[in-house]
Design a protein around this ligand. Structure first.
Ligand SMILES: Nc1ncnc2c1ncn2[C@@H]1O[C@H](COP(=O)(O)OP(=O)(O)O)[C@@H](O)[C@H]1O
Ligand SMILES: [Mg+2]
Length: 375
């Protein structure tokens, strides 16, 4: 029986564990405690930290292949593990691009992937010059370590930029504000055998920089969705992907613009559990242990997913679980995490004959959990 090691024990590892049960695959997770979401779902815990080589080696010794659920393992350590003869999926090249937004832009632009103008700098004069050239506001981003909009700042003027940059000794990835019409994400899976599957492009909606809702089909022309699909396949080849990767793209008046990679299962792929022939989690396992991939295609005309997050006062919407479950057609997923403001605690997926029906059902269930009347 194959054993897969996951660095991280959160909800992505938990849903991978769920998929592992039907395949008869064992999952060992590297995490800090027995209350982690994946451990509570039956994965074996290997206690340790994601950024400590000795801990990674302990995990690798227990499993056939090491994979990731977050960006907290420096790519250099993955390289060291691989050099020691352990199987690592993704490899260091792909992982590095998922960890470093500037590196991803540099490498992918060199291969002809469309990226917005950008500069990596901590120098205020250079930021002001960039703003003068491309126009304010600008987006300043921490090139590494950011997620859910933490590490992204919209700055409206040189004064605001000065305020942000003065307090920091790091470089920022600086971009113009892109006139985004839609945000898309394409999940792509590539196996140790070189087999590739790309999911249909989904549309994502952010709130305060954090993914709020995902739906499919995306509300873009079919040729735009196809172009996104093709771009993701090209990037999977370019980075020599093994495992699952999300490619985040902006749709603008001038076409698609690359935003970022997440080289692991991703929030934008959760609806694949109900909506697709094979979920991103099952395909991630299949890919990393060299089993044939399952079809990524939609089994339903449309689907939508809405994240369930902790209330502003730290309250847990799942205290009203019964109210959410009372909404017909909604599938609830609870991660077993302690509530904190804005923390992702679970999600709701709904499928339907149209995207409007699916979105309405999912929104209604989330409203019921929160205790609001659905819009
Ligand atoms: N240059 C930009 N112009 C306009 N909106 C942006 C820009 N960069 C990011 N955003 C918005 O902020 C969100 C989060 O940015 P992203 O770089 O994807 O950070 P994270 O790693 O937190 O997901 C994006 O999904 C998008 O809505
Ligand atoms: Mg993002």
């Amino acid at each position: 029986m194959a054993t897969v090691g996951i660095v991280g024990a959160g909800q992505l590892a938990r849903m991978t564990q769920q998929a592992a049960i039907s395949l008869g695959v064992e999952v060992v997770v590297l995490g800090e405690g027995s209350q982690a979401p994946a451990v509570r779902a039956g994965a074996t815990l290997c206690p340790g930290r994601p950024d400590r080589l000795a801990d990674l080696i302990r995990l690798a010794d227990m499993v056939d292949v090491v994979t990731l659920e977050h960006e907290q393992t420096p790519a250099d350590l993955l390289e060291r593990l691989a050099a020691l003869g352990y199987r690592v999926a993704p490899g260091a090249v792909a992982a590095r691009l998922g960890q470093d937004k500037a590196e991803a832009r540099a490498v992918l632009a060199a291969s002809g992937i469309p990226v917005a103008p950008w500069v990596l700098t901590g120098d205020l004069a250079a930021i002001d010059a960039f703003g003068a050239r491309h126009g304010w506001p600008l987006f300043l981003k921490s090139p590494t370590g950011g997620y859910d909009g933490r590490g992204v700042w919209k700055v409206r003027s040189p004064g605001e930029a000065a305020h942000l940059v003065r307090d920091s000794d790091r470089d920022f990835l600086v971009e113009p504000m892109i006139p985004i019409r839609h945000e898309l994400s394409v999940l792509v899976v590539r196996s140790t055998r070189g087999e590739v599957a790309a999911y249909p492009a989904v549309e994502t909606v952010q709130r305060d920089g954090q993914c709020h809702e995902v739906f499919v089909p995306a509300s873009v022309p079919a040729r735009t969705a196809d172009a996104a699909h093709q771009l993701a396949l090209r990037i999977a080849d370019l980075v020599d992907l093994v495992g699952t990767m999300a490619v985040e793209l902006f749709v603008t008046g001038e076409g698609l613009v690359f935003n970022e990679l997440a080289v692991r299962p991703h929030n934008s792929g959760h609806l694949s559990i109900e909506a697709c022939t094979t979920s991103q989690f099952e395909n991630h396992l299949r890919a990393t242990i060299g089993l044939p991939l399952g079809a990524p295609d939609l089994r339903v005309p449309a689907a939508a997913m809405v994240n369930v997050v902790g209330g502003p006062d730290g309250s847990d919407p799942f205290e009203r679980l019964a109210c959410g479950l009372a909404v017909p057609g909604a599938s609830l997923h609870r991660y077993g995490k302690e509530a904190r403001p804005s923390r992702k605690l679970g999600h709701v997926t709904a499928t339907g004959s149209t995207v409007t029906i699916a979105r309405t059902t999912a929104a209604r269930a989330v409203a019921a959990l929160i205790g609001e009347r659905a819009a």
